[in-house]
Design a protein around this ligand. Structure first.
Ligand code: PMP
Length: 353
């Protein structure tokens, strides 16, 4: 740390992204990317003509992409916000709506806490129950910014939209942000509530189900007034935060919806198969509606298993947080990758009593 850093950031603990090692080729099951490439039309859109157009700034309003997303999800373009990944949107949301503090589960996406700290938003972390389920009543009438990932990460578990509605209705003075980064893998979207509640903000991403993590594109739905607030902060930070190519690829992605529905179905099938196989090996596997599994075995502690898998060329995500340190989060890859993963797990545990 230099002597120049504003003291208000001195204690800030930055988010630690999943590792991206370059020392060897890993089967990468650690950052919830898609194992499948973007749709052929999306790849084909990256022409040298488009590359040449990079001399021009992108459309800061993202009008064409907003219109396409609005048509796909049956909302108005004024209901749509775009930014550089959904992380960028979460950042703006904590900046914009955190003045009364924020509340989120103790086990959830680690960035919520970082954004709270960054924007000096007082946070309250509510413990999930012993089985990692979330009691929606804990979030009713909080009078704070409520942030819930549904499905949750890293557990993959969901809560029904009827319960989300109670949370949204009972926090009318504050924004309720539902992070639907993983909803396309079997979760239930709360988008139908949008017209009814001006305090509901739903965030989404192209990084998981849309196979575009490297493009950095996130989107959110909310009442036009909420979206205008977010736009104000975006235009006060970096109006051009989504580059030209990514905007174009985003449009092509939306035009190829059926390709992505099919890849999501494939991932769901592989997920359910992998969960069964892990259970046969004696693992506890939480019920997941996401593109990952959260699993633990009594035969080996989570960190050792993570290390042994890494030595054998398979990367999974381990979190050292006390309550979950025996678990690993395993992104669902292709069927072949998961077969290799399971073989490695069997080899590692083979020698265990
Ligand atoms: N929300 C959740 C719950 C996540 O797991 C992630 C991925 N790390 C994100 C948001 C952010 O994704 P992105 O910035 O790639 O859109």
């Amino acid at each position: 740390m230099s002597v120049f850093l504003n003291p208000k950031y001195a204690a800030l603990e930055a988010y630690a992204p999943g590792e991206q090692p370059r020392d060897q080729q890993y089967i990468k099951l650690n950052t919830n990317e898609s194992p499948y490439p973007p749709a052929p039309d999306v790849v084909a859109a990256m022409t040298s003509q488009e590359a040449a157009l990079l001399r021009l700034y992108p459309d800061p309003t993202g009008k064409a992409l907003k219109e396409k997303l609005a048509a796909l999800y049956d909302v108005k373009p004024e209901n749509v916000f775009l930014a550089n990944g959904s992380d960028d949107i979460l950042n703006f949301a904590f900046m914009a709506f955190g003045q009364n503090g924020a509340v989120f589960p103790d086990i959830s996406y680690g960035f919520y806490q970082v954004y709270a700290q960054l924007h000096q938003v007082e946070d309250e972390k509510i413990p999930l129950k012993a089985d990692f389920s979330l009691d929606y009543r804990d979030y009713c009438g909080k009078n704070k910014l409520v942030v819930i990932a549904n499905p949750n990460a890293p557990t993959g578990m969901t809560i029904p939209v009827s319960q989300i509605e109670q949370i949204v209705a009972s926090n009318a003075e504050n924004v309720v942000l539902i992070d639907e980064a993983y909803v396309d893998f079997g979760g239930e979207t709360c988008l139908p509530l949008l017209g009814k509640y001006p305090n509901l903000l739903v965030t989404r991403t192209f990084s998981k189900s849309r196979c575009l993590a490297g493009g950095r594109l996130g989107y959110a739905f909310g009442a036009p007034e909420l979206i205008a607030d977010l736009e104000k902060l975006k235009f006060s930070t970096n109006p051009y935060c989504i580059n030209r190519l990514t905007l174009l690829l985003g449009e092509k992605t939306v035009e190829n919806e059926s390709y992505y529905q099919e890849t999501c179905r494939k991932i769901q099938r592989t997920r359910d198969w992998t969960a069964e196989e892990l259970q046969k090996l004696g693992f506890t596997v939480l019920p997941s509606a996401a593109n990952f599994l959260f699993a633990a075995t009594k035969k080996m502690d989570g960190e050792t298993l993570y290390g042994e898998l890494k030595r054998r060329g398979v990367l999974v995500r381990h979190f050292s947080q006390g309550r979950i340190c025996n678990f690993n989060r395993i992104t669902i890859g292709t069927q072949a990758q998961m077969e290799t993963f399971l073989r490695r797990v069997s080899d590692i545990l083979g020698g265990q009593p």
